[in-house]
Design a protein around this ligand. Structure first.
Ligand code: GLC
Ligand code: GLC
Length: 815
């Protein structure tokens, strides 16, 4: 069953009924000012840091969980009836409803009793504000006398405090109202130099800023007393809960339309210009007023929207493909790339599954996110790499997370996730392959942000690599530390205290438990580092890396192979994890994917066996589960993984993030059918038709789909902010379609389904536009022959064209 449809032409998903199984959301904003918006206009906004600069309020554990948002009410002043054009919060049964989630904007519209109302929500590029462009049309035969009320609830900035410290919060709220503009200035009198504002393009008939006055006692947002009675209270909030609501009256003749603009924004003032007059406590509104005036003009709002549209044309124009599979096209050309922008911006901080008050930017996560993002805005990827590397510890290890506002490592979570440092090498290598910008390696960056400790980025990578060499266990495999990629395989934790964090509690000295996963990651990253060293003319270093890599590979083959698949780890007792010997958790997916991906087992038949075991034991129609059999009870020595009921999360859920590793592994063995089949099983667009099972948005990946041991097998959870986005984008574009960035040029090596006659793609790479056509000869194989601008070339790497060449035509034949 579907709840809408894809409009690929407009790059939108159109939701046609408001009560989707779960809120289906979108993100507004792309650099500093962000908002989450659901299909019923729920959600909140913040500036840069979802915890520390929350602009509008979000109520945790609410029902439904997108409740509270950017709400409007329309009141028919003759009949006194009122409704919300986004369905929530009044839930009046609308005659037509649609929500179009697009690239950086959402349009929600509906018809009710001959009144059509549509709101376009977006954040202009380079501005710290959001615009609600509201258009209302009278389709009745007679004139309509209407009232429109806007409604938002301000957050008192620090979202964690806001939802807990009520003894203080109920006394600090402050606002100012001037010319119908509502200014929220809580704490501005003391240490904050920022405030927010909510403005409206029409002359207001009234306003409210005190929630109690607007709603009335014992009422909810579904029937505010002010709306019901048709007039605002002109309330001025002192403490309690500041809100922003405008009341405007609109008379519409039959057929007449009116546009009203609302602007909600964030403004900072230089500390010495906070107040106007300077010796008062009145907010200096000079800057804010200029911005407000600009965007309350419809022509400027339209122009800003047009800029946003062109911006996305450009971003998505970097890679465009046309294959025989609509789901592949749609995800590659539109939604997967779009989701990669969201994960780049948010890491795992703010969604309806990530609270925005918990996690900062993950070191491991943010580096992996680059794989799906670097081609769109390389300069921002570059900055992210520099920020991440500057938090690296002198040991080569990493803080697991850092705070976006301060760019400092997060002490609460700390470090000791022993896979972390290698992702930096992979992030940098993806950047180098995309851009050829070798200067990044010379950037001087500190360790732990400590002035005086600066070294070139290249040295940071070297320390990442050495980190593992200095931390090997009894079998010569890397020690796992708190956890590796699998945050929930906590082999040193041994927690028997409720509420303890599995990630930060360590009860063992950690000298025994080893990770085969980190070993494979070390091989993968080490090979890249060797290539990087080579191109820097550091031949001795390169061969040192390669000899360490070779040693590790031998160790994996000796101690990391279980007979029919790769082992996962050794626990604190030196016992195998992910082995035939185990009663539960006999086989884990991570190493089956990552080992072949890193080139391990490709020539000796091990990869073939490992992937055969995946097919037999882990693959389901909804994707590949993380391990089998699921842990049926809690194992003290394994940690959080066994705390989840079977089939969920890391305990045998379909953890979509690692499915693309298997997909890539399949392509490395030349199995295009298997690769694309696995790709399709978790492709959200391909799952749209079972939306009642999948339940999350059909246009973005979710972190998890319930595994076969769960009663709700096939149900997705935790959509949007997941490494699944970057890895699937990477897997499909670089390995299935095989248009692969490399240090010295673009490589073309597709491994596509046998049934595909070919495909076309356009890839912009280092300033050149590659027009690529791939065609199958009769044979079903993957052997590529290339014609570049009409001339046959050897191999599959297209050398960089001479300067000045803007377009290169590539014809690839597969046989
Ligand atoms: C979450 C984390 C990620 C981790 C994964 C598996 O997605 O953000 O860092 O690798 O879970 O545990
Ligand atoms: C929990 C989640 C895991 C996440 C970790 C870090 O363990 O299950 O996915 O990565 O928390 O916060």
């Amino acid at each position: 069953m579907k709840y809408g449809y894809f409009d690929d032409q407009n790059r939108e998903y159109v939701i046609t009924q408001p009560d989707t199984p779960l809120p289906w959301i979108n993100y507004l904003g792309s650099e500093a000012y962000f908002g989450l918006i659901s299909n019923t206009a729920g959600g909140y906004s913040f500036y840069r840091d979802a915890r520390l600069r929350r602009i509008t309020r979000y109520r945790y554990n609410n029902v439904p969980y997108d409740f509270g948002g950017r709400y409007l009410y329309i009141r028919d002043n003759a009949s006194q009836e009122f409704w919300s054009p986004s369905w929530q919060p009044t839930q009046r049964k609308l005659e037509r409803y649609s929500c179009r989630h697009g690239m950086g904007y959402t349009i929600i519209g509906s018809d009710y009793q001959g009144i059509e109302a549509t709101t376009r929500y977006f954040v202009p590029l380079d501005e710290n504000l959001e615009i609600w462009q509201f258009t209302i049309t009278n389709h009745r035969q007679r004139a309509a006398e209407l009232s429109v009320f806007s409604a938002i609830e301000f957050c008192l900035w620090d979202a964690l405090d806001d939802s807990s410290n009520f003894q203080r919060n109920f006394s600090i709220g402050e606002v100012e109202i001037e010319d119908g503009v509502i200014y929220h200035k809580t704490e501005y009198r003391e240490r904050r130099d920022h405030f927010s504002y909510f403005a409206c393009s029409e002359k207001v008939a009234g306003f409210d800023t005190a929630r109690d006055a607007f709603l009335g006692p014992y009422r909810g947002w579904d029937q505010p007393a002010a709306v019901e009675s048709g007039s605002s209270r002109n309330s001025v909030a002192h403490g309690w809960a500041p809100v922003g609501s405008h009341h405007i009256r609109i008379s519409l003749d039959p057929g007449e339309s009116r546009q009203v603009l609302f602007v909600l924004g964030y403004q900072e003032n230089p500390p010495e210009e906070k107040f106007d007059p300077p010796d008062s406590l009145v907010v200096n509104k000079k800057r804010a007023k200029q911005t407000i005036a600009r965007y309350l003009a419809p022509a400027n709002a339209d122009a800003a929207f047009e800029r946003l549209r062109l911006h996305w044309n450009e971003l998505l124009g970097v890679f465009e493909v046309s294959t025989p599979d609509v789901h592949t096209n749609r995800m590659v050309n539109i939604w997967n790339a779009y989701q990669c922008m969201a994960t780049f911006n948010m890491s795992r901080s703010a969604s309806f599954y990530e609270s925005g008050i918990g996690r900062g930017l993950g070191f491991r996560d943010s580096n992996q996110d680059l794989l799906g993002f670097v081609h769109m805005v390389p300069s921002r990827a570059r900055q992210r790499i520099l920020d991440l590397a500057a938090t690296q510890l002198p040991t080569g290890g990493a803080y697991h997370q850092y705070q976006p506002l301060t760019k400092r490592g997060n002490n609460d979570i700390g470090s000791g996730f022993n896979d972390d440092p290698h992702w930096l090498i992979l992030g940098v290598s993806a950047y180098l392959k995309e851009t050829g910008d070798w200067t990044i390696l010379d950037e001087l960056l500190p360790y732990d942000n400590r002035p005086g400790s600066e070294e070139p980025l290249y040295q940071h990578l070297e320390r990442s690599f050495r980190y593992t060499i200095g931390r090997l266990g009894p079998h010569g495999l890397p020690l796992i530390g708190r956890a590796d990629w699998n945050d929930c395989l906590n082999l040193n934790c041994f927690s028997d205290t409720p509420g303890q964090s599995f990630q930060t509690t360590t009860n063992k000295d950690g000298k025994v438990a080893e990770s085969v996963f980190i070993a494979a990651l070390f091989v993968l990253a080490g090979r890249e580092l060797a290539q990087i060293a080579c191109r820097r003319g550091l031949a001795a270093e390169a061969s040192h890396y390669l000899s360490e890599v070779a040693k590790m590979e031998t160790t994996i083959l000796k101690h990391g192979w279980d007979g029919r698949w790769f082992l996962r780890a050794y626990d604190d007792f030196g016992r195998k994890v992910g082995s035939e010997e185990n009663a539960e958790g006999k086989i884990f997916v991570e190493t089956q994917g990552l080992c072949p991906l890193a080139g391990i087992g490709l020539t000796d038949g091990l990869a073939v066996q490992a992937l055969e075991s995946v097919r037999r034991l882990l693959a389901t129609e909804h994707g590949i589960v993380l391990q089998q059999p699921a842990y049926s009870k809690y194992y003290l020595e394994l940690g959080e993984i066994s705390s989840y009921p079977p089939g969920y999360k890391e305990n045998a859920g379909i953890f979509c993030h690692n499915n693309p590793w298997v997909i890539i592994a399949e392509t490395r063995l030349g199995n295009g059918d298997a690769a694309h089949d696995y790709y399709s099983r978790i492709n959200p667009s391909a799952r749209e038709k079972i939306s009642e099972v999948h339940r999350c948005e059909p246009y973005v990946y979710a972190q998890m789909i319930a595994g076969r041991d769960a009663p709700s097998h096939g149900e997705a959870k935790n959509s949007w902010l997941t490494g699944t986005a970057a890895w699937n984008y990477h897997a499909v574009t670089q390995w299935i379609l095989g248009i692969r960035t490399d240090y010295d040029g673009l490589r073309i090596e597709p491994v596509i389904p046998k049934s595909w006659p070919g495909f076309r793609a356009c890839r912009k790479f280092r300033g050149v536009c590659y027009e690529i056509e791939v065609q199958r000869a009769e044979e079903p194989g993957n052997l590529v022959s290339l014609e570049v601008d009409g001339r046959a070339i050897e191999g599959n790497l297209i050398p960089l064209p001479p300067a000045g060449v803007k377009t290169v035509t590539v014809k690839a034949t597969l046989r």
